[in-house]
Ligand binder design. Structure first.
Ligand code: SF4
Length: 315
C-alpha cells in the first residue's frame, strides 16, 4: 500500500498525472470552501519535513519497479500545500533521477511565494501551477480561508516574482465558486493582473467534485465561458482531451484496491475517471469499489447526477 504515491489521476490540465503527497494529511495554509480533500487539520505556514523525502522517493522507486505505464507528468501536491515540505528541493531532484523522462509539476496555493527560498526551489520544476481565486481581499478571505496574515495582494506579488525568476511553464489557476468569487470586480482585477503577468496559460475552472462546504457550488457554463474568454483561456479545461492509457487491463485486485484507496484519499472520483487513469477495466473498478464501500473504507456522494467515491464522508 502506497502512502505518498497516488494515481495516476486524469487531470484536465496535465493529462495522466502521478501524484506525490508531500504532506501525508491535510496540512495547508488555507482551508478553501471547495477543497476536495476536506477540512484543513493543520493550518500553518511552517515548513518542515511533513513527509520525509527519502520515504516518499523510495515509494516512487517501488512504484516504478512495478512496471506501470509511465505517466505524462509527476505532480507534487497531495493533501495540502506541497511547498510546506522543507524537503521540496530533494524531492524534485529525486523525481528527476527516478523518472528522468517525465516532467515534474508543482501545484501551489501561492501563499509561500513571498519566500525567495521557496521560489528558488520551485525553479527546479518543469511546470508550476499557482492558484489565485480572487484579488478582492474580502472574497479571497471568504473562499480560501487563509491564515490571517496571508493576503490576495501578497499571493499575487509572489506569483509575479516567481514569473520573473522561473524559466519553466507557469499555468495560473482561478477556481470559481458561485456567489463567492465570481464578481465583476474580481474579473476586472484578474484581467489586468493576467495582462501584466502573462502566464503560459490561465485555467479557469469550477467545482466538478464535492467540496468541503455544501454551499460551495459550481458556476454555470455561461459564467465559466465568459471568464475563460476574458482571461484568455482557449481550451475548456474539462479534461475531455486528456490522453487515455493505451488499453484497459484486469489488474491484481489487491494492488487495485491499494491504488484506489491511495487516490481516493486525495480526490473524489467517478468509476470512469478511476478506470481511465489507472488503466483498469471499469467493471473491475466498480466491483472493488463496491467491496470497499461495504467495508466502510470509502463513501459515495452524488453531484450533478454523477456518483463520486471518496475516502472521507462529505457533509
Ligand atoms: S484547495 Fe488547496 S489550498 Fe485550498 S485548502 Fe485544499 S489543499 Fe489547501
Amino acid at each position: 500500500m502506497y502512502r505518498f504515491v497516488f494515481g495516476p489521476v486524469l487531470s484536465g490540465r496535465l493529462g495522466r498525472s502521478l501524484g506525490l503527497d508531500l504532506l501525508g494529511s491535510k496540512v495547508c495554509s488555507m482551508d478553501c470552501v471547495y477543497c476536495e480533500v476536506g477540512p484543513t487539520r493543520v493550518r500553518t505556514r511552517e515548513r518542515k519535513t511533513w513527509v520525509p523525502p527519502r520515504e516518499l522517493l523510495d515509494e516512487l522507486a517501488a512504484w516504478k519497479a512495478e512496471g506501470f505505464e509511465a505517466p505524462d507528468v509527476v505532480t507534487l501536491g497531495g493533501s495540502g500545500e506541497p511547498t510546506l515540505n522543507s524537503g521540496l528541493a530533494e524531492i524534485l531532484a529525486g523525481c528527476r533521477k527516478i523518472l528522468p523522462n517525465v516532467p515534474v509539476a508543482v501545484l501551489t496555493n501561492s501563499t509561500l511565494l513571498d519566500d525567495a527560498g521557496v521560489r528558488r526551489e520551485l525553479c527546479a520544476a518543469d511546470m508550476v501551477l499557482p492558484s489565485l481565486d480572487s484579488l478582492v481581499e474580502s472574497e479571497f478571505s471568504a473562499v480560501n480561508r487563509p491564515l490571517r496574515e496571508i493576503t490576495a495582494a501578497g499571493c499575487g506579488q509572489g506569483i509575479r516574482d516567481l514569473r520573473r525568476e522561473f524559466s519553466g511553464r507557469l499555468f495560473l489557476e482561478v477556481l470559481l465558486c458561485r456567489g463567492w468569487n465570481d464578481s465583476a470586480r474580481n474579473l476586472a482585477l484578474l484581467q489586468d493582473y493576467c495582462a501584466d503577468l502573462r502566464p503560459d496559460r490561465v485555467d479557469v475552472v469550477t467545482l466538478s467534485r464535492p467540496g468541503t462546504l455544501p454551499s460551495a457550488e459550481a458556476v454555470d457554463s455561461q459564467t465559466l465561458g465568459l471568464w475563460r474568454k476574458a482571461l484568455g483561456q482557449d481550451r475548456d479545461g474539462s479534461g475531455q482531451n486528456a490522453p487515455l492509457p493505451r488499453q484497459a487491463q484486469a489488474l491484481d485486485e489487491a494492488r487495485l484496491r491499494g491504488a484506489l484507496a491511495a487516490t481516493l484519499a486525495r480526490r473524489p472520483q467517478t468509476v470512469l475517471h478511476l478506470a481511465a487513469a489507472l488503466g483498469a477495466e471499469a467493471a473491475q473498478v466498480q466491483r472493488v469499489l463496491a467491496r470497499m464501500a461495504r467495508d466502510g473504507e470509502i463513501f459515495e456522494a452524488e453531484t450533478d447526477g454523477q456518483v463520486f467515491y471518496s475516502a472521507t464522508r462529505r457533509p
